[in-house]
Structure formats: structure tokens, C-alpha cells
Design a protein around this ligand. Structure first.
Ligand SMILES: [Zn+2]
Length: 110
């Protein structure tokens, strides 16, 4: 672990049952209650990641990038990008949110 602090991440939280969801979604998948933005700490565990070497047209100018699935300590999974993918970025590694690009959360292996 480094001393770097994770940035906050905005997810959705059910106003009725408290379930967290990464969205985008209109209703809670458990109770169909209303979802509202909710800020959680952006620290978590890497579930998996993959390198997108041939991006879709909308992201082609960005070149290759890594998409990561992260299990946030707060209790929900979120898809983001991994900014420092390498041999050490194995499932189970600690990751922290380090920034945002548009609506996408950027993570780094801690
Ligand atoms: Zn709910």
C-alpha cells in the first residue's frame, strides 16, 4: 500500500433499501426503489481487467486503454479504466481511484 488516498467515486444508492449500484440505472435492481447519487471512497480490489487494443470509433483517438472491473470497499462493483496495467495488476490487488475522464473512473494499482 502507498500513502496515496483514493479519490471519491459517485455511485447510485437506493433511497429505500440502501443498495449500492454503479449504474446507469433508473430503479433499484432489488426493490425497484428510486436511486440517488451517492459518494463513496474509491478504494477497492481489482476483479479483472483487459486491454482494449482496437477501441470503438468513439474512443479511437485515445489509442489502447485498459478496462477494469473493481469491487469497491463500499460494496458494489464498478467498471473503470486502469491507468497502470502491468504484470502486477493481478486480480485481488488493491486499487484506488485516481481521477475521472468524462464519466469514466480511472484506477491505479496501489
Ligand atoms: Zn432498493
Amino acid at each position: 500500500m502507498t500513502a496515496t488516498k483514493a479519490m471519491d467515486v459517485t455511485v447510485l444508492r437506493c433511497t429505500a433499501c440502501g443498495t449500492l449500484d454503479s449504474g446507469p440505472r433508473d430503479l433499484c435492481p432489488k426493490c425497484f426503489g428510486a436511486l440517488a447519487p451517492h459518494t463513496v471512497d474509491g478504494a477497492g480490489t481489482l476483479v479483472s481487467w483487459t486491454m482494449i487494443r482496437r477501441p470503438p470509433a468513439a474512443f479511437r483517438a485515445e489509442g489502447a486503454y485498459a478496462v477494469a472491473l473493481v469491487k469497491l470497499d463500499a460494496g458494489c462493483q464498478i467498471t473503470g479504466r486502469l491507468s497502470n496495467p502491468d504484470d502486477h495488476a493481478t486480480p485481488g490487488r488493491r486499487v484506488i481511484a485516481t481521477g475521472h475522464k468524462d464519466t469514466v473512473t480511472l484506477f491505479s494499482v496501489a
